[in-house]
Design a protein around this ligand. Sequence first.
Ligand code: ADP
Ligand code: MG
Length: 269
Amino acid sequence: MGIQFENTNAVNIIELRGVSQSYDKGKVSVIENLDLLIEGESKQGQFAAILGMSGCGKSTLLRYIAGLQKPTSGKVLVKGKEVGKENRVSMVFQQYSSLPWMTVLDNVALGLRFQGISKKERNERAMEMIQLVGLDGHQKKYAQYPTLSGGQLQRVAIARSLMSNPEILLMDEPFGALDIKTRLQMQDLLIGIWEKFSPTILFVTHDIQEAVYLADDIYIMKHAPSRFVKHIHVDLPFQRNRDTKRLPHFNNLVHEVEDAMMLIESEDI
Ligand SMILES: Nc1ncnc2c1ncn2[C@@H]1O[C@H](COP(=O)(O)OP(=O)(O)O)[C@@H](O)[C@H]1O
Ligand SMILES: [Mg+2]
């Protein structure tokens, strides 16, 4: 049993079909016959959140889509093609993934350096992104804790991930380590980024309120051997802001997701 995903005429952005992951010569089955389909308009990306217990394979799915890992079996398509170098996919991890021996500016500009873009141009473009994520004034600091706070380091990671103008942004519990106020600020920063750049965002979180606030669609995975068992469409206004959280329907959705998760975890489906 699982969600039935049917292709429509919309743009096929991310498609996983019959994906299984096992380790130890098949003795350990982590993911079994998993399907996921994210479709949408090509201009405005989708915002999908993934929820599921620790160890159910959420990070593994993101690694497939980023082209960092291949499943034991099944297919993983980005825009209808096997994952390859031509796809513009960026990833933001929970752990601070910046290079601590480099400055904020050099971290953000790093991808452009590999593309052979001149230092002047890459610094200009990196500075624009640094301003956008609210790090102006910190560009010369080393990208390390405690020189920068946890929230600032995640801003560096987000700025870096946006430099390649990604069509797909994979975010793996990106705000999980942040204090609550910083987390709320980062959620609003992400909404602004999504509206400005329109990538499709696949966002893994353990925070139900965060998922409802940010996403258009929430997909819930069951524990291993994993697959998607529940889809909840978040029918809140397109423009989200802090008032969205005051809507009675916001709380209804939070309860709906919570109930679904409790049900999934209590049944062996
Ligand atoms: N190389 C490996 N060998 C054995 N098990 C692995 C390996 N890599 C990942 N796993 C297992 O795969 C499962 C899914 O991992 P992960 O995708 O990180 O889960 P999540 O992100 O949902 O917490 C975990 O139980 C993990 O222990
Ligand atoms: Mg994970």
